[in-house]
Design a protein. Structure first.
Length: 400
């Protein structure tokens, strides 16, 4: 099997399996006062310190959650409600239309139920938000903005945003910025303190940790209304008994991913570039979406090192995916969360593509288990696969 869907989820690191299993074998609620509870608390706090150290945060800025979706919901909803509580006129949320649905659907929910007004931030052809675009959107009325949410790196096309610059623009007006860094952590340099962002989402299962555990990095001075109410864990912002084993697994994964990030980025970018080059040699009209990756953003690459997003004109993405799957190659047509629903990707549409051009999209995402043999496997079959997908699409349109 050739697994090229690491952006959907990546294999758990052996060290994480060991750490999680060892912790699961121990009893103890981290809020209990007896010895087992104190031991569980010690593991949680050591993990908090490790996560903070790896990502340039203070331990008190790390809030453990159940993953990216929860952190995005908590940040967007919690900041919106807190900012409006301070000032009812702050209703505007500035967000690009190519965010992950965990952000998009939350923003739309707030617009439908709590009077939020969405200002869609334009992106360029690569899917990047520019500082002057954000500044212009704020300038419409700086006083009515509740928050800005811009992803650090896009999960479909891999474009990296100039997050530090965007946070500076927001801060000139005292507006907080949340970033979904689910795809960025472990792939590009992420330093919470240096970035200046106020809230940062990430999750374990994209970097070799367990599914169902993640974190929100949150500045101490930023007010956030909780969405989960209960025992008051995690600064009262995220109630719920802490998942000690998951948290230990998350910290183990983040530490490993950040430690090997630079070498892995170089290795994966080289594999990715070969994959793109060889596919385009076999299928000359294939088009790479997003940033070509030749420039830098804030000390890191302008495209995620493991991301190859290609469009194959005259094909349906889903038929390419199934044909590759039958050859033992696993990839995605876009975000795994929206795959299966036959609609063009909202990311590609937000980047200005029309419905026809947005068809035939495939995302190959490489990760820590990827090798030259994986690239060879795709290169060996892509020509016939594309030819068959084209025949199927042509036959389909003749039949209509
Ligand atoms: C950019 C982005 N944000 C959020 C999520 C959701 O994270 P989780 O699966 O941990 O809920 C994903 C997962 O696909 C993602 O790629």
């Amino acid at each position: 099997m050739t697994y090229l869907d690491h952006a959907a989820t990546t294999p758990v690191l052996p060290a994480v399996v060991t750490a999680v299993a060892a912790t699961m074998g121990k009893v103890g609620n981290a809020s209990s006062l007896h010895g087992s509870g104190r031991e569980a608390r010690r593991r949680v706090e050591e993990s908090r310190e490790a996560v903070a150290e790896a990502l340039g945060a203070r331990p008190s800025e790390v809030l453990f959650t159940s993953g990216g979706t929860e952190s995005d919901n908590l940040a967007v909803t919690g900041i919106y409600r807190a900012r409006r509580r301070e000032d009812r006129s702050r209703r505007r949320i500035l967000v690009p239309a190519l965010e992950h649905h965990a952000v998009l659907d939350t923003v739309e929910y707030l617009a439908g139920t709590e009077d939020a007004v969405i200002s869609w931030l334009e992106v360029d052809d690569y899917g990047r938000v520019h500082a002057d675009t954000l500044a212009a959107a704020i300038a419409e009325n700086p006083a009515d903005v509740a928050l800005i949410s811009v992803m650090w790196a896009n999960n479909e096309v891999g474009t990296v945003n100039p997050i530090r610059e965007l946070a500076q623009v927001g801060h000139r007006h005292g507006i907080p910025l949340h970033t979904d860094a689910v795809q960025a952590v472990g792939a590009v340099p992420v330093d919470f303190g240096r970035s200046g962002v106020d809230a940062l989402t990430f999750t374990g299962h994209k970097l070799g940790g367990p599914v169902g555990v993640g974190a929100l990095l949150l500045r101490r001075e930023l007010a956030v209304e909780p969405i989960l109410h209960g025992g008051g864990q995690e600064r009262g912002v995220r109630s719920g008994t802490l998942d000690v084993a998951g948290i230990v697994g998350l910290a183990t994964a983040v530490t490993a991913a950040v430690r090997r990030r630079s070498d892995e980025a170089t290795r994966l970018a080289a594999l990715r570039d070969r994959l793109v080059r060889e596919i385009c040699a076999i299928v000359p009209d294939a088009v790479l979406s997003g940033d070509p990756g030749c420039s830098g953003v804030d000390g890191g690459p302008s495209r995620l090192p493991g991301n190859a997003h290609l469009r194959f004109p005259g094909c349906e993405g889903d038929s390419l995916l199934m044909l590759l799957d039958s050859e033992g190659i696993e990839c995605s047509t876009g975000s795994a969360c929206t795959a299966g629903v036959a609609r063009p990707s909202h990311v590609l549409l937000a980047m200005g593509l029309n419905e026809t051009d947005a068809r035939g999209a495939l995302r190959f995402s490489l990760g820590h288990t990827s090798t030259e043999a994986d690239v060879d496997a795709v290169v060996a079959v892509i020509g016939p696969v594309v030819a068959r997908a084209r025949q199927a699409m042509a036959a389909g349109s003749r039949g209509r």
